[in-house]
Structures are given as C-alpha cells and as structure tokens.
Ligand binder design. Structure first.
Ligand code: SAM
Length: 223
C-alpha cells in the first residue's frame, strides 16, 4: 500500500532539513507542494529531481481525488508546504483527511515549524500554550486580542509584516500588566533573524521606530 508522507521543510535556512526528509523526497513518486517554484529551489539545492504537483488551500476536490488516486495506484506521495510543517496554518489537512478516509497510511516526517521554533527561544512557560495561527484581519480580531490579554497560559500567533504593528498596538491597549513578556520573533533562521523581548510598551516602541519587513511570530506570556 502506498504512503502519503507529510514532510516538514525549512522555514528559511535551507540547511534545516532532516536526513529523513531528504530520503523521503528522493524516494517518492510525486511531490505535492504549494508553489512549485519555492519547492523547486529546495529540491535543486539537494539535487532532487521528482515530479511536482501544486496543491493549495483552494484546490478543488477533483485535485484531491487525483492525488488520492495516485496513492491508490501505489504511488508514494510527499506533501510539503512553502515552509515549515504542512497543515500548520498551511494547506494539507483536507488531503490528509481524504487519504485517511481512503485508508491510505499517512506518515509524518517532522521538522521545522515557526510556532515551535519561536516558543523554543521565547523563555516563557510552554508546558501549555494556545496557538491562534493568523489572527483574523477584521471580524473577531478584537475578541481574540482580548482573549490573549486574559489568557493565563502563553499565547502565540503568526502575523504578517503589514499587520504586526497593528497587533502590537491592539495588545498595548488591552495589556496593562507590565510583568507580561512579549517576544516577537522575526525572520527565524534567516540572515535578519531577530528576537525582540520586553514589555508590550517596549516591544511596540521598538517596531514603531523602523520599517517593518519579514515574517513574524508573536509570543505573549500568560497573565
Ligand atoms: N506551516 C508553517 C510552519 O509550520 O511554520 C507556517 C506557514 S504560515 C502560511 C507562514 C507564517 O509563519 C508567516 O507569515 C509567519 O508568521 C510564520 N513564519 C514562517 N516562517 C517564519 C520565520 N522564518 N520567522 C518567523 N516567522 C515565520
């Protein structure tokens, strides 16, 4: 029976890939990815030459069925995303569900994920945490910001460079306790990697003073 491998790939530094991930990508019949150009860069770096097929959040059921059919025809498939672990704020869950439904074995090949990388350097309790993925842009955003302010356990979320300052400003409005630690992780594993720690006022002031670029994970310590 064929296997669907769910393979984690680097979140920036192309050397952050496991031996098992490379072996798997070399061995499968088909690599299903988000943006074929992004995945090609990784495959070229490791001289892996395999057919790739794009699959994203808006892929229709016909595409999912096509991939499941390949698996039923004894083709091993690797699912990757542009960066990190597929299915974590990334496409993949529907395909995994369809494969599981067809009784196809689904095997994780663990590796990088921005949320876990950020928590690992945050220096705040992580025995329990709440991960919000991306905050909604409009509806429901303020409610979640309020929840984060109230949470007793650590909160963590992804944010785009366009909205990071807004998120910090919104948190500043609801977090009054100066003991709360905010850790903003920018461009992890990349050249401009930066981990900014402080109170909400300190962190907001820091980012308020400069142009904002890159990818961000925000960690907020519990109340
Ligand atoms: N599946 C991925 C994972 O496991 O980390 C997450 C994909 S999600 C579409 C992309 C978001 O993850 C970015 O907008 C950013 O918030 C966060 N992210 C990804 N790479 C990052 C990095 N190198 N440094 C900081 N945040 C990163």
């Amino acid at each position: 029976m064929a296997i669907l491998y769910v393979v984690a790939t680097p979140i920036g530094n192309l050397e952050d890939i496991t031996l098992r991930a490379l072996e798997t990508l070399k061995s499968v019949d088909l690599i299903v990815c988000e943006d074929t150009r992004v995945t090609k860069r990784l495959l070229d770096r490791y001289q892996i030459n395999k057919p790739v097929l794009s699959y994203h959040q808006h892929s229709d059921l016909i595409k999912i069925q096509h991939i499941v059919d390949q698996l039923k025809n004894e083709k091993n498939v690797a699912l990757v995303s542009d960066a990190g672990t597929p299915g974590i704020s990334d496409p993949g869950n529907q395909l995994v569900a369809a494969a599981a439904q067809a009784e196809i074995k689904v095997v994780p090949i663990p590796g990088p994920s921005a949320v876990v990388s950020a928590l690992s350097v945050a220096g705040v309790p992580t025995d329990n945490f709440i991960f919000y993925g991306f905050l909604p842009h409009k509806k429901g955003r303020q409610t979640i910001i309020g929840q984060i302010a109230e949470n007793k356990m650590t909160s963590v979320f992804y944010e785009s460079p366009h909205r990071i300052l807004k998120a910090l400003e919104q948190l500043k409005d609801v977090i009054s306790d100066p003991g709360r630690q905010i850790i903003v992780c920018r461009e992890l594993t990349k050249i401009y990697e930066e981990v900014v720690r402080g109170t909400i006022d300190e962190v907001f002031e820091y980012f308020n003073l400069k142009p904002i670029k890159g990818e961000f994970v925000v960690v907020v310590s519990g109340r």
